[in-house]
Design a binder for this molecule. Structure first.
Ligand SMILES: O=C(O)c1ccccc1NCC(=O)[C@H](O)[C@H](O)COP(=O)(O)O
Length: 211
């Protein structure tokens, strides 16, 4: 476990497009919610849509914005409307660009079989955390696919966020096997793409607590 033995696994519910889904995630105990600013995604939102959802959140909920190879100016334009707490970069953005927005950021790595994940993580010293996700030839994220959890490095200083194909049914085993700092889920708690299920969010949190 990356954090102290007494610490719990934190949870991000990603791909939020509706206020009711954000509030359901918070009510279930999620620590963070994610907004996708990548137009080809069925979960994409505009900065205005994200800002409207952020406006109804209670305190102490981390808001995360996801980008895929967006220009620095594009990210800053989103932040001008929706002052997100944390940024998550899923593309090939250079570290220097990730660090230019005056807030913490996490780097998403898409893990392929046989890769040395610890070595990949070392290339991002400025990231406040590393999100490990499944690899897909076309999709940069939100694939619903999992990768080999055996590739997740053991205890270390860097907070690892486990993502990719997590569901209420497998999240307890995923946590037991990898002991991540946090888990991240999108498709596994949906009724349809971009539409979260409050019941599946609650079931996911139950699985997290059972780990
Ligand atoms: O969710 C998307 O549609 C998406 C599109 C493009 C880049 C990133 C995207 N999601 C990022 C996430 O952090 C997802 O939660 C993560 O990839 C896991 O998704 P899932 O396998 O559906 O739980």
């Amino acid at each position: 476990m990356a954090a102290g033995a007494a610490s719990r696994t934190r949870v991000k519910i990603c791909g939020i497009t509706r206020s009711e889904d954000a509030l359901a995630a918070v009510a279930a105990g999620a620590d963070a919610i994610g907004f996708v600013f990548y137009a080809p995604s069925p979960r994409a939102v505009t900065a205005a849509q994200a800002a409207a959802i952020m406006a109804v959140l209670p305190p102490f909920v981390t808001t995360v914005g996801l980008f895929v190879n967006a220009a620095v100016a594009e990210v800053d334009a989103v932040l001008a409307q929706a002052p997100l707490d944390l940024l998550q970069f899923h593309g090939d953005e250079p570290e220097a660009d990730c660090a230019r927005h005056g807030r913490p950021w996490i780097k998403a790595l898409r893990v392929q079989p046989g890769q040395d994940v610890a070595a990949l993580m070392a290339a991002w010293p400025g990231a406040s955390g590393i999100l490990l996700d499944a690899w897909h030839p076309e999709l940069p994220g939100g694939t619903g696919l999992r990768f080999d959890w055996g590739q997740v490095p053991g205890q270390g200083a860097r907070p690892i966020i486990l993502a990719g194909g997590l569901t209420p049914e497998n999240v307890a085993e995923a946590i037991r096997q990898t002991r991540p700092y946090a888990v991240d889920v999108s498709g596994g708690v949906e009724a349809a793409k971009g539409i979260k299920s409050a019941d599946r969010i609650q079931a996911f949190m139950t699985g997290v607590h059972a780990a």
